[in-house]
Design a protein around this ligand. Structure first.
Ligand code: ZN
Length: 240
């Protein structure tokens, strides 16, 4: 596909520099080759494209380990080894941090392998994904004084976010990409178009942050909030 239509616009990630190409909001490598058609794309500048690719190199190798969706398992078997072979440092980091936890799922407690996911890099990428989705669906650019933040949703966070999701919205969207590899829903506030909320489900839900002492801390969804800094800060403050 030509990337021409994504050139010479404003970059959706920094709202500052001119775009040079199209960026896949969710990197193509998260998906198996046969389901990569028609993934959302947005205009990106050279700098943001480069920064986002670095995060994607890390997370396309890592996230399939936590997935429950069949494609995550196939991705792990067929795509990830090649990526890790090219990145020995990451391979060693993963092997060193591997662990096992007991995870309650569907009423059954099962042993689950955990991986040392760097929450900062993960949230950084998903914050960018939030900016991409806000533009892709509603043509929204964040303004100075606005930001995007991502966080893992624990059970507590899910209830909290479900309440916010029922807010008075100008727009709502629900999407499924790559046969359920990624599904997400979003709302856009009625009064502030840049205020958007997203819930992203990756690989059928993942065990992203396992604390064996507190099973409720296991997150299976990622939430993203974009908009005015004050509101984003309030919504993404960690619950006590
Ligand atoms: Zn940019």
């Amino acid at each position: 596909m030509s990337s021409k239509r994504f050139r010479g616009k404003l970059c959706v990630y920094c709202s500052d520099r001119p775009s040079v190409t199209g960026d896949h909001v969710f990197a193509r490598e998260f998906f198996l080759p046969e389901v990569r058609a028609n993934l959302p794309q947005v205009p990106v500048c050279d700098r943001c494209n480069n920064d986002k690719s670095k995060l994607e190199h890390y997370l396309t190798a890592l996230l399939p380990f936590g997935g429950r969706h069949a494609h995550a398992h196939e991705n792990l078997a067929t795509q990830v080894p090649g990526r890790l072979a090219k990145n020995q440092r990451l391979a060693r980091e993963l092997i060193a941090g591997r662990g096992r936890i007991w995870h309650l799922e569907g009423g059954i407690v099962q042993p689950t392998m955990t991986m040392p996911i760097d929450p900062h890099r993960t949230c950084e990428l998903f914050a960018q994904i939030g900016r991409g989705l806000a533009w892709y669906h509603w043509g929204t650019y964040l303004q100075p004084g606005q930001m995007s933040e991502a966080l893992f949703l624990s059970n507590f966070g899910r209830e909290f976010f479900a309440r916010i999701f029922s807010m008075n919205a100008a727009n709502r969207v629900q999407h499924n990409l790559g046969k359920g590899t990624v599904s997400y829903s979003g709302v856009q506030a009625a009064d502030t178009p840049q205020l958007t909320l997203w819930r992203v489900h990756f690989y059928g839900g993942m065990v992203l942050s396992g604390d064996p002492q507190a099973p409720n801390a296991i997150a299976t969804e990622i939430a993203i909030v974009t908009g005015p800094k004050r509101i984003v800060g309030l919504l993404t403050e960690r619950p006590q």
